[in-house]
Design a protein around this ligand. Structure first.
Ligand code: SF4
Length: 288
């Protein structure tokens, strides 16, 4: 297939998409809505963020339902998942929990790992920054993944935290999303980690972002590998060097909301700001 390169007008069209985007509609639908209320307490926000990002699999309604059920096991306060005095109670309460292939015993293990981590460190930012400074963003994500995995744990637990440096060079969407939430200081993100420059962020490459990034020519890769994450992030960094993941939320929710049908559809694609750049519309006119 021919290489599809971004058009010279793409930066202006992305700006238009961003400016017109109904953020409030989509923030209410996004797992970050469970984390934002805790933004005044860094540790509780990190805890809620790790659990919300870990559960970010499937459609947004199911994800928000899973986060709500998880919070209900600790009387609605997700921060209690790492309180040592709740260890025994949460273990029992989490036993029947299921969300897709994620089980309660795995989430209980994650709560144990975090409880032990916070007994000796104030913030997960320390782990990420140690990796970032040693070898860059992927090493930071790898270090976070290793910290959360530890050794042992119930079946399937370690697989919840893949690393860009591990087998298959995972896109590590959920940890990359968590880092975006913690670092970016513009809506809807929290800006709680101040030692990571926003220009270093990488795109959390979920299926929606990957689809649209491919069709706008931000990557030529069809598989969601770490190499694709780097390509899309670099392309967005050329548009906004200070804040390359600024467009991530908009691209993601354009797909989630149905604003992008992922096919040539006259009625839906008509108002799309990036239609002139979209691979599906190159060489096609709007007139039926
Ligand atoms: S033109 Fe249509 S298919 Fe292409 S990105 Fe826009 S909404 Fe999606």
């Amino acid at each position: 297939m021919r290489t599809h390169r971004p058009t010279p007008a793409l930066p202006a069209h992305l700006e238009q998409l961003y400016a017109r985007f109904p953020f409030d509609r989509s923030v209410a639908d996004d797992p970050i809505s469970a984390v934002r209320p805790l933004a005044t307490d860094r540790r509780r926000a990190e805890v809620a963020g790790i659990f919300a990002a870990t559960l970010a699999i499937g459609n947004t309604t199911a994800i928000r339902g899973a986060i709500g059920r998880l919070a209900a096991t600790v009387d609605g306060d997700i921060g209690r998942l790492v309180d040592p005095e709740w260890r025994r109670r949460r273990s029992r309460a989490l036993a029947p929990f299921r969300h897709r292939w994620i089980r309660g015993d795995q989430l209980n293990r994650l709560a144990d790992r975090l409880t032990d981590y916070y007994a000796r460190s104030a913030t997960l930012e320390d782990e990420f920054v140690a990796g970032l400074e040693a070898g860059g963003f992927a090493v930071g994500v790898d270090r976070l993944a290793r910290t959360l995995r530890g050794t042992g744990g119930p079946p399937g637990y370690a697989a919840l935290f893949p690393s860009p440096l591990g087998p298959g060079s995972s896109a590590a969407k959920r940890l990359t999303l968590f880092v975006r939430w913690m670092v970016r200081d513009r809506y809807p993100d929290l800006g709680l980690w101040r030692r990571v420059p926003t220009g270093e962020l990488r795109v959390p490459l979920d299926q929606h972002v990957h689809w649209i990034a491919y069709h706008l020519g931000l990557t030529g890769r069809r598989s969601r590998s770490w190499a694709a994450v780097e390509e899309v992030s670099e392309a967005l960094r050329r548009i906004d060097p200070i804040d390359p993941t600024r467009f991530d939320f908009v691209l993601c929710h354009t797909g989630i909301s149905g604003d992008c049908p992922k096919e040539r559809d006259l009625a839906v694609c008509g108002p799309c700001s990036v239609r002139p750049d979209c691979r599906l519309w190159r060489g096609h006119r709007m007139a039926a």
